[in-house]
Design a protein around this ligand. Structure first.
Ligand SMILES: Cc1cc2nc3c(=O)[nH]c(=O)nc-3n(C[C@H](O)[C@H](O)[C@H](O)COP(=O)(O)OP(=O)(O)OC[C@H]3O[C@@H](n4cnc5c(N)ncnc54)[C@H](O)[C@@H]3O)c2cc1C
Length: 434
């Protein structure tokens, strides 16, 4: 079933949705994009700006997948550091890839400015907060790797991180001054509006079936219409298995593991409390194996996220550990009411990298952002648009569709891994608090 908008903080505070009618009848375009999240919308926008005629099909509504549900943290870079990218892809390609992903947050904030997207965007930095000495050593390597290449990434000690986060729970970490925050659903809707203004024809409630080849073109059918196109771009990420066997491409869903991330948000905090928590308004992700990520929204609410159960849930009992971790960091939140809880699917890859595929000539896909897609999916959309337009030398490596082993058993398997990681985090984090 196509995802609708959950009862989230973002749905309650976003800029109004525009309605895009379902596809009816036959349309023709140079490019058909499947998926109305950040990957698909950015691909559609950039392809249209590059001169292509574009139709975009979204099974639910614009942003009703992860793009309208996430923490809104705009994080540059990937889970792999620059030196690891160079080791994996060679010095020259690794360096170009580093430049691409290192510029991902700037790319988002530039788009926001260029298209005047009202989404409470703030580029005040992103904090990596370390819960253990080992994590601090790893974070120092990351920070030095970036700062050695001229990026504005600054190591911080336990005194400074306590000042910036308002909690003594962390050993130190770094501030990446390229990062920041957006209201994610407003950002996604703004991209949709920009795409429409660039000429993209958007259709919601239009689940796409697997493209089929007919008379030298790709035909993408939905329940009430079809699009004939020269090229297809798929941006369905953690929701790739929605249409089951008739989904956007055979085998694509099995290349990622969809896991749930959950978020809880308080009512607006008092000015005093807000000032004592995150006084500079930066977004934070910590270093736990099951990471916690948190920020304040534009209304001064605490927004706390972390790993959820392997299912969609609006049951507050399922959010106890997320809320518990917020209270552990900030006991003053105890008296606050948690107004919203919601979750969504993140697509995890085994190599921790996003993947770009072209399983057959003319069909392109980008997915697997490992929970860091706000910036990276936006960039991937541009990469995919450049590919179909035949522009620029390819920077992002293309890979074959490789199914995750034992994909059928991912749920029980992941539950065990999550329980194990949670136990390790508990042992390490709480007992070694400075
Ligand atoms: C709770 C949560 C918190 C997160 N926090 C952060 C964060 O703070 N920072 C960060 O960088 N990243 C974060 N992420 C990850 C980030 O949201 C994603 O990486 C990013 O939104 C992926 O964008 P996308 O367009 O590829 O996928 P999605 O936004 O998931 O969009 C995929 C779309 O494809 C559609 N679709 C699927 N199948 C079909 C079909 N057959 N036909 C038509 N449409 C189809 C779906 O309906 C969906 O709308 C978070 C994710 C979640 C769930």
């Amino acid at each position: 079933m196509a995802p609708g908008h959950p009862d989230s903080l973002w749905a309650a505070t976003a800029t109004p949705a525009a309605a895009y009618a379902p596809l009816q009848g036959a349309e023709r375009a140079d490019v058909c994009v499947v998926g109305g999240g950040l990957t698909g919308l950015s691909a559609a926008l950039h392809a249209a700006e590059g001169g292509a005629s574009v139709v975009l099909l979204e099974a639910g509504q614009v942003g009703s997948g992860a793009s309208g549900r996430n923490g809104g943290q705009v994080i540059p870079g990937l889970k792999l550091d620059p030196r690891e990218l160079e080791a994996a892809f060679g010095a020259e390609r690794g360096a170009r890839l580093t430049e691409l992903v290192g510029g991902a947050a700037d790319f988002v904030f530039d788009l926001v400015r260029r298209h005047r997207i009202a989404c409470d965007a703030r580029q005040d930095g992103w904090l990596k907060a370390c819960h253990s000495p080992a994590a601090l050593r790893a974070a120092a390597l990351t920070a030095r790797d970036w700062s050695g290449r001229g990026a504005p990434v600054e190591e911080i000690d336990r005194v400074r991180i306590a000042e910036l986060t308002g909690t003594g729970a962390y050993h130190g970490g770094f501030v990446d001054h390229r990062g920041g925050v957006v209201q994610p659903l407003s950002y996604t809707r703004g991209l949709a509006r920009a795409a429409q203004q660039a000429g993209v024809r958007l259709h919601e409630r239009s689940p796409a079936e697997t493209p089929r080849r007919e008379g030298g073109e790709w035909v993408v059918s939905t329940p009430s219409g079809s699009v004939r196109a020269d090229r297809v771009i798929i941006g369905t990420n953690g929701y790739t298995d929605l249409a089951g066997a008739r989904g956007p491409w055979p085998g694509l869903a099995r290349t990622v593991i969809p896991v749930y991330s959950y978020i809880a948000a308080t009512r607006p905090l008092s000015d005093d409390l807000r000032q004592s928590i995150l006084p500079k308004g930066q977004a934070v992700s910590d270093s736990r194996r099951l990471l916690r990520y948190f920020r304040l929204d534009a209304g001064g609410r605490m927004v706390m996220g972390g790993r959820g159960a392997m299912r969609e849930s609006a049951d507050r009992a399922d959010y106890a550990s997320i809320i518990g971790s917020a209270l552990e960091l900030y006991p003053a939140l105890r008296a606050r009411e948690w107004e919203f809880v919601w979750g969504g699917r993140v697509a995890v890859t085994l190599d921790h990298l996003p993947h770009l595929h072209e399983p057959v000539p003319g069909v392109h896909a980008g997915l697997g952002y490992n929970g860091r897609g706000v910036a990276m999916a936006t960039v991937m959309g541009k990469v995919l648009a450049d590919r179909v337009l035949g522009r620029g030398a390819p920077v992002f490596p293309e890979s074959a569709l490789r199914p995750v082993p034992l994909h059928r058993w991912r749920r029980p398997f992941f539950e065990v891994i999550v329980a194990w990681k949670r136990a390790l985090d508990r042992l390490e984090g709480i007992s070694r608090r400075p």
